[in-house]
Write a protein that binds this ligand. Structure first.
Ligand SMILES: C[S@@+](CC[C@H](N)C(=O)[O-])C[C@H]1O[C@@H](n2cnc3c(N)ncnc32)[C@H](O)[C@@H]1O
Length: 180
């Protein structure tokens, strides 16, 4: 089997579909809980009215529940790449534990990623950007590099990114690597 990738919170599915089309050698598990987003992805790949049983691209699997439930069930070191594109910022501190970039979630993410696996995170939210810097500076599971300020090659655009750019916000694009 080729590389196994996971996208958390695919929104309308633009990034997930672009990745599976560009990388037939990889299998992507795409997670989303928002029904409209799931419908949007399905309507892009299956004919109207055939959503229940039309086949998906063979290298795309959908998880339509909370990504944390899936993460807890995955075996150790099974993922080659993880995508977290423009996650909900959860600005209220009492909701901060819902963030995937969180000291209490990093152990779970680190467990399922292979040594050397890439974790891509993009965010346009200044509070979340500062949070990512702080959380990632205080951990040892991932190698950290400065984020890019323009979308790197091989990162397909997303709907939230387009919205952020239209509103004049500056996205940051991080690539973290799981230490061996
Ligand atoms: C701000 S949107 C970004 C969507 C998309 N990645 C983009 O860039 O356009 C964040 C998405 O993550 C989804 N999400 C948040 N928490 C999730 C979770 N625990 N499991 C699965 N999806 C989640 C939300 O439903 C939402 O669609």
């Amino acid at each position: 089997m080729g590389p196994l990738w996971l996208e958390i919170g695919f929104g309308g599915g633009e990034h997930a579909l672009a990745q599976v089309r560009a990388h037939p050698e990889a299998t992507l598990i795409a997670c989303e809980v928002f029904e409209n987003g799931i419908c949007s992805l399905l309507s892009a790949v299956v004919p109207e009215g055939e959503e229940a049983d039309a086949p998906l691209p063979p290298n795309l699997h959908l998880w339509t529940d909370d990504a944390r439930v899936l993460l807890r069930q995955l075996p150790d070191a099974c993922l080659d790449r993880l995508f977290l594109m423009f996650p909900d910022p959860w600005p209220k501190m009492r909701h901060a534990k819902r963030r995937f970039v969180h000291p209490e979630q990093l152990g779970l993410l680190g467990r399922v990623l292979k040594p050397g696996a890439e974790w891509r995170v993009a965010s346009d939210d200044p509070t979340y950007q500062a949070w990512v810097r702080n959380v990632m500076a205080g951990q040892t599971l991932f190698q950290v590099a400065e984020p890019a300020t323009t979308r790197p090659d091989g990162w397909p655009p997303t709907r939230y990114e387009a919205k952020a750019l239209r509103a004049g916000r500056q996205p940051l694009y991080w690539t973290f690597r799981r230490r061996g």
